[in-house]
Design a protein around this ligand. Sequence first.
Ligand code: AP5
Length: 210
Amino acid sequence: MKLIFLGPPGAGKGTLAARAVTMLKTPHISTGAIFRAAKAAGTPLGLKVQAIMDAGKLVDDSTTIELVKERLAQADVEQGYILDGFPRTIPQAEALAEFSTVDRVVNFDIPDSAVLERLGGRRVCQKCGHNFHAIFDAPKTEGVCDHCGGEVSIRDDDRPEAIQKRLEVYRAQTAPLIGFYRRKGLLLDVDARPAVEQVIENFKKALGQR
Ligand code: AP5
């Protein structure tokens, strides 16, 4: 199944995607994670996107579209994928329609207050990228990843000014995709407010898997 995860920053897209990979046996493609890896490795792409990401702005459409187009041309995603964080603008959605046919778009329905609480407490493993939360899902040893022993810290774009900017950008450029995909009959609304296990149940129900 070819799925898009759509929702505001901090809605829980990456957290659910990490679980859905096993459930649906399909690869997870996060444009944010690809950009963060490029940034950490200091590649030309990483150097190009570093300041944009840290300010909470969007990377330009042509760079992002090219990246996803190349990724979706690989054999492992022929049968399905979870696209997390792409598309994020109408031009990205229109470009995607030219090189892939999406089955469903999962809309993470969540108020700003919950988003702020989630982003404010998010902690991320710098080695394997696993998401933790200081209150809801803390690592067993503070600052150390339960899965790989890597360093767990705050993401560069989770500073308050960057969070505000990301929410503004979401409202202006990404939220219009909800109507775009609803009109195409592809949208599935998922209540993303409850705890992770319940969000997984809501997701399965929306997909008709229980
Ligand atoms: P990206 O990495 O895509 O960031 P985002 O969309 O802002 O989403 P987040 O990763 O912040 O949140 P999430 O919804 O995955 O939440 P998470 O599961 O972590 O993009 C980063 C940047 O890259 C962008 O700002 C932009 O610069 C660039 N970029 C990426 N894609 C682009 C594109 N297409 N075009 C242009 N630029 C692009 O959860 C958050 C926290 O909440 C965690 O701590 C987690 O443990 C906790 N949590 C999750 N679910 C629950 C729950 N149910 N209950 C309690 N806590 C929960």
